[in-house]
Design a protein around this ligand. Sequence first.
Ligand SMILES: [Zn+2]
Length: 71
Amino acid sequence: MNKTERLGDGRYVTQYVDVCRNCRGVGTVDNLSCYTHSGALLTCPVCDGSGRVFIRKEISVKIEPYKSITT
Ligand SMILES: [Zn+2]
């Protein structure tokens, strides 16, 4: 599910679904709040409990003639 689109003018956008790094795809995280210490599992705030995240990257490519810098 990787899709790359060319926007023109040397710009590309790629978007894909990846495993959430915050909860490692589980969808919940341990409540490590130093105020409560309850140890309860919380819904991961990054993926909202789905375990997957939608990633969108914009890449810009610039091509110029190479000119060696000599003084
Ligand atoms: Zn998550």
